[in-house]
Design a protein around this ligand. Structure first.
Ligand SMILES: [Zn+2]
Length: 1062
């Protein structure tokens, strides 16, 4: 039964007028309460509020609007969001809507939505003369009382409000229903949750401060939304994302076009936004509407290198041709995130500000403007890294307003710096929750895990029929791929098998583990640690395809013609395997090369005959595998697969499994063999899911690069007389192979590095979102590709496993167990995974740079041998050049002109000094002329540089390079050509030394406090895996990859091929 009534709403129009809206409103007797304590048999479906709490809490509209962040603490339980409160809050702050929605949807948060306005007995119509706010508060109180009665008073209900009159009026009106202030609530119910109270206070202060703000206008008002919309439609305004130049953050920003919004087709470049007035309160990342300035006001972009933090005066610098320039007229969407800032020293605060509660803090990210914070904590927070959120930026305020959220620690300390990098990249990796760990299977000494009987019957059992083995780096613990190969009876066909950890057997779609893995999207590898995507019981145990134990797998098996190796038949499905050998690369290669090598699994056998028979069996399998992989690789080479820069490093472990060194290895063919099999499996799974689900399969493509990105490569190659043909991947691959300078192997590596930099990113996408031509993977030269082989550390592979299972089920004409994600949902998911991958790469790069800086920080550049190194020039800029330092794998800018207008002069022995003079820049070279003569620096020249650290209090530390000599560095130790100095070692020593110093520092600090160091707890908190993971190091080096010049032959490991995609 429904009752019809009318509801009158007074809405504010965007022009500021009031609009009266009358809505028909239907009331029902039965509206689900979503509580586990329901006494009335409500139809509660979906997320249910647990009854396992001491009380339920009902925030009123004001609390939802202003303090939603506090309610977002996962520790707070039993929250009932009343419809009235949500609607009111959304009307006043549109950005709230998404946050509220995701909060309500997320099962990790204990909150529900109750449609109180549709419930016949909880609804109360607005009375004559009653203000909207008063009515809303009354409605919510009424609903709280109804809720309490509905649950037969099983739990008290606490309504929280900022409205003191409401507290006075309703506070003790109904027994069992309490009305108190938010602050009192937090203090009395959650005294342990200090962070929530601090956040509450911080938001309050920010709000109070805003109310007392001045009215003098600093910026032009933004245009109303409908004007912006019409202007964009008509082509008068251009829509795009604001991108601030971090080297000239206050002066220079660009707006990138967003697709079709640009009607004026003569514009095909970015639009330059010069200065703060034109930027008009837009923050880096915001979606803005821009109006072009008249052409006479257009400016050029700066082309000079920029020295660090201090910004030079605008105008004096070399600029490019004037380009379309514009001003921001409105903000279409704010894309604010959490920012890490540093509080100024207390003396500075006291001397600068009349009002010392109002502090200007400096964000870590150069591109973000200073933020005004109201706090009484400024003294305690000085020199700390603190997370803040932006609240508003009024036209009357020179700076945006924000509030503090959480303190990360003192700036400069390793832990605060690493946490800063995570926050800045929006990486959230809390320890796995207990609820989530309860979903995990158990495998302990008392309760060993074993194969379930129903799995034995439903899977293809390969345990007795197939020789399965893995090949990984030495010491690898998370084995997600294994291989098998055999000659089939009859001898005319071979069977190749790739068997991947069956992660989706353990991770149910929609479970807490699944949601957490989806949110992380990947395992994060930093210089000194990693954060896993899945709990260790899966990643290092039950999903790891270790030797000698039964494991579930997802397999792809091909039948190949034994002669021609052409593909005859492919099979996909779930299997049960027991890996016989856990080989490492060097061991497998030694076996193949016929060298003496001990296989531990064989050494355990007593019977010499059996041993030699098994050894021959294994060897035969490895040989077959090599033959097949060579064939597959040759096929891809013919279609133009690219060989880009990679690096081969082996981590050497000591007895306690610490990494003692990263040792260079000649690339082994077996690396390539394994990689080729993985690429083959990924390709065939891509074909399968794309054919089964032409509009909703997750694939990975690598779009061809834009030709103009190759200019630097082409120009640089020309200086050494090479022609690079970039018309196709095949042509590029061939011409890179040709471009070898006999005198200097560095040249070819540098060219490959430039080619890598010109590449676009490989990206995940849904097949329904692209046309088939766009499926192509340029780097691998495959028409279809996806990720299937690493489900332990990539969420994309988990999606692909589910799609593959759905395809297999569909083939059997069985009903699918679950509806597939639609194209749109899958495309959104692909987008989020792509974003997280990018964040992971940035974080990895930044943490590596952090370690580089910490390594050099305490060294005296003038006396320490480590601070002087060989460098190679790879690009020329207006006032200097970009160089690469192979020994430490770092890149940087090197200035040839100082601020005092002196230039680098070169003495007869190569030593460099500063002198008055001039610079002359060309495409491939730059010359300095002084009274001492002229010296020309050319691309690919080797020079000697000194490395020092530029101090920075608020921003990331920066390495500073200066040229010491125009000649190659003569190392005091043996020259690198002899191979006595393993490449890469510098980096690993670097990481170790920094970690050791940080640990010593923290230990000393603890001892000073008279307490014992509490490292184990810290480890629990920050590191989900204590042990450094080999894969991480390999990956990380692969990333820097690009950079290491000491190996001549790059490997073709799949992971590395894809990291071009970085
Ligand atoms: Zn109910």
């Amino acid at each position: 039964m429904m009752i019809k009534t009318e509801k009158v709403l007074h809405l504010k129009s965007s022009r500021g007028g009031k609009v009266r809206v009358v809505r028909e409103h239907y009331l029902r007797e039965h509206v689900p309460c979503f509580s586990a304590l329901c006494q009335a048999a409500c139809q509660n479906e979906g997320k249910i509020l647990s009854g396992d709490v001491t009380h339920y809490v009902v925030p009123d509209a004001g609390v939802v609007r202003d303090f939603l962040e506090v309610l977002e603490f996962r520790e707070l339980q039993g929250i009932v969001f009343m419809q009235t409160a949500c609607q009111a809050a959304q009307h006043s702050r549109r950005r709230l809507y998404n946050r509220l929605r995701s909060l309500l949807k997320d099962p990790r948060h204990h909150c529900i939505h109750f449609a109180n306005e549709f419930q016949q007995y909880s609804y109360c119509p607005r009375e004559k003369g009653e203000s909207q706010e008063k009515w809303q508060t009354r409605c919510i109180y009424h609903a709280a009382v109804w809720y309490h009665d509905h649950l037969a008073g099983l739990r008290p209900v606490v309504m929280i409000t900022e409205d003191q009159e409401a507290v006075a009026e309703y506070g003790s009106r109904t027994s069992g229903v309490y009305v108190i202030s938010t602050q009192e609530y937090l203090q009395s119910f959650w005294p342990e949750l200090q962070a929530a109270q601090e956040l509450y206070i911080s938001i309050c202060q920010a709000r109070q401060e805003r109310e007392s703000e001045s009215t003098e206008r600093e910026y032009t008002e933004h245009l109303p939304a409908e004007v912006l919309e019409a202007g964009i439609k008509s082509g008068r305004f251009i829509q795009g994302t604001l991108n601030v130049n971090k080297h000239r953050a206050q002066h220079e920003a660009f707006v990138r076009f967003e697709g079709s919004s640009n009607k004026s087709s003569e514009l095909n470049s970015d639009i330059l936004i010069c200065g703060g007035k034109n930027r008009n309160r837009a923050v880096h990342g915001d979606m803005v509407a821009v109006e072009l300035l008249p052409a006479r006001e257009w400016r050029g972009r700066t082309t000079a290198l920029h020295e660090g933090v201090a910004e030079d005066k605008a105008g004096e610098e070399p600029q490019s041709q004037p380009m379309p320039s514009g001003k921001v007229v409105g903000i279409l969407q704010r894309n604010w995130r959490d920012y890490v800032v540093t509080f100024p020293p207390w003396e500075e605060v006291q001397s600068q500000s009349r009002n010392s509660q109002r502090i200007l803090v400096t964000p870590w990210d150069y591109r973000i403007p200073k933020i005004r914070i109201s706090t009484q904590q400024a003294e305690a927070l000085q020199d700390h890294r603190v997370i803040v959120r932006l609240d508003s930026w009024e036209s009357t305020s020179l700076y945006p307003n924000g509030h503090t959220v959480r303190v990360l620690g003192k700036s400069g300390e390793l832990e605060s710096e690493v946490q800063t990098i995570l926050v800045e990249n929006c990486i959230h990796v809390p320890p796995f929750s207990e609820a989530q760990l309860r979903e995990m299977p158990v495998n302990s000494a008392e309760q060993p895990w074993s194969v379930a009987p129903e799995e034995v019957s439903s899977r293809l059992d390969l345990r007795d029929t197939h020789l399965v083995f893995s090949i990984d780096p030495l010491g690898c613990e998370d084995v997600d791929d294994t291989l098998s190969i055999r000659l089939l009876p009859g001898g005319t066909r071979l069977e190749l098998g790739v068997h991947i950890a069956d992660v989706t057997h353990f991770v149910q779609e929609g479970s807490l583990t699944d949601l957490e893995a989806r949110a992380r999207a990947t395992t994060y590898y930093l210089a000194d640690r990693r954060y896993d995507m899945l709990p260790a019981v899966l990643s290092a145990d039950l999903c790891s395809l270790l030797g000698g134990v039964d494991r579930y797998a997802m397999s792809v098996m091909w039948q190949l013609d034994a002669e021609s190796l052409s593909m005859c038949k492919v099979w996909y499905g779930r299997t049960l395997i027991r890996s016989s050998y856990q080989l490492h690369y060097e061991l497998a290669q030694s076996l193949l090369n016929g060298k003496p090598a001990e296989v531990p699994e064989l050494e355990r056998l007593d019977d010499a005959d059996v041993r030699s028979r098994r050894r021959a069996e294994l060897l035969e399998a490895l040989r077959l595998l090599t033959r097949v992989a060579r064939h597959l690789r040759a096929q891809r080479d013919q279609s133009g697969a690219l060989e880009l820069e990679g690096v081969e490093v082996r981590a050497q472990l000591d007895s306690s499994r610490n990494i003692t060194a990263l040792v260079p290895k000649q690339p082994l063919e077996v690396h390539e063999t394994v990689a080729e099999c993985m690429i083959y499996a990924n390709h065939w799974v891509a074909r399968k899911i794309q054919e089964s689900f032409p509009h909703q399969a997750l694939l990975r493509h690598h779009p061809p690069p834009r030709q103009e990105f190759f200019n630097q490569l082409i120009d640089s190659a020309r200086t050494r007389g090479f022609t690079i043909d970039t018309r196709s991947n095949k042509a590029l691959a061939d011409s890179l192979d040709q471009a070898v300078d006999q005198g200097d192997p560095v040249v070819n590596r540098m060219l490959r590095m430039m080619a890598t930099q010109a590449m676009s990113n490989a990206l995940y996408f849904s097949t329904g979102a692209c046309s088939e031509e766009q499926y192509y993977h340029y780097g691998l030269a495959l028409d279809r590709y996806t990720h299937f082989t690493s489900p332990i550390r990539r969420y994309a592979d988990i999606i692909v496993h589910r799609l593959l299972m759905a395809a297999i089920v569909a083939e059997k004409d069985a009903a699918p167990s679950k509806a597939l994600a639609s194209n749109k949902e899958l495309e959104e998911l692909a987008h989020q995974v792509n974003n997280k991958n990018r964040a992971a790469q940035h974080a990895q790069k930044q943490s590596t740079e952090l370690f580089q800086c910490l390594y050099f920080k305490d060294k005296d550049p003038l006396t320490d041998e480590h601070c002087v190194a060989d460098a190679v020039i790879y690009a020329i800029r207006a006032n200097g050049m970009l160089v690469f330092v192979p020994r430490f794998g770092l890149k940087g800018a090197l200035y040839l002109k100082s601020r005092e207008n002196q230039v680098v002069a070169v003495e007869s022995d190569g030593r460099c000094v500063w002198q008055a003079g001039t610079l002359d820049r060309h495409l491939d070279r730059i010359s300095t002329s002084t009274s001492m003569g002229t010296h020309t620096f050319r691309v690919f020249d080797h020079i000697t540089v000194r490395i020092s650290v530029q101090p920075a209090r608020c921003h990331p530390l920066n390495l500073c390079l200066e040229v010491v000599s125009s000649r190659p560095h003569q190392a005091p130790v043996a020259p690198t050509e002899t191979g006595t100095q393993p490449k890469g070692r510098g980096r690993s020593e670097l990481v170790q030394e920094v970690v050791r110093l940080a640990e010593e520092a923290s230990q000393q600090a603890e001892e000073k406090k008279g307490r014992k160091a509490k490292l184990p707890k810290d480890e629990r908190e920050f590191r989900q895996s204590k042990q450094p993971n080999l894969y991480s190091l390999l990956q990380e080096i692969a990333e820097l990859a690009l950079l290491d010049l000491q190996t001549c032959e790059p490997p073709r490991v799949e992971a590395q091929t894809c990291s071009i995609s970085a």
